[in-house]
Design a protein. Structure first.
Length: 179
């Protein structure tokens, strides 16, 4: 349960243009923005940052694998419910692959590139220092731009988890997607 009240569109003084941008193609505010809109500038920059993580050279499939793996590692129910199955499926990740991400090392559903990326995700969550061996293995499959993008995506969702768990965001009743 949210630890601070959600902003409701009908009763807020927040700029309606900002609310329309945040609602985007969803047509409604989701809970994370109902919390962030207590500080409109942060809500706006959060939206821009999260959208930028979806407009990368790194393919959407690898992005979703990384986000879902991070969410399993952290027991982050909000992200799991947002990404499985709708967002994952849109990027070509099956429900079986989503389930296998819990113990991806025991699965044969992921290729060597994905496995190197998932190992990097795990290492980033264990602490800020990633071993040279894990980093070098990942770099065999990801160019410099993709390396930066994957790192920022994982860091973004670690931050996402920390912020919204601390604030007690409630999972959405139905998954949504802006793009």
């Amino acid at each position: 349960m949210a630890r601070i009240p959600y902003i409701e569109e009908a009763t807020t003084s927040v700029d309606p243009a900002l609310i329309d941008v945040i609602k985007g193609t969803r047509g409604r505010l989701i809970n994370i923005y109902k919390l962030l809109l207590h500080t409109p500038k942060l809500a706006s920059t959060w939206l821009a940052h999260v959208n930028a993580t979806r407009e990368t050279k790194l393919n959407g499939r690898m992005r979703e694998l990384a986000i879902i793996r991070m969410a399993y590692n952290a027991s982050y129910e909000y992200a799991l419910r947002q990404h499985i199955p709708v967002l994952a499926a849109r990027e070509g990740v099956t429900e079986s692959e989503c389930a296998a991400l819990k113990n991806w090392r025991d699965s044969n559903l992921f290729d060597q590139r994905e496995r190197a990326g998932l190992s990097y995700v795990d290492a980033m969550q264990q602490g800020p220092v990633v071993s040279d061996a894990v980093f070098e293995e990942m770099r065999k499959y990801f160019d410099i731009q993709e390396t930066v993008e994957l790192t920022v995506i994982v860091g973004t969702y670690i931050m996402h988890h920390r912020v919204f768990t601390a604030l007690g965001v409630d999972p959405e009743q139905t998954p949504t997607r802006t793009r």
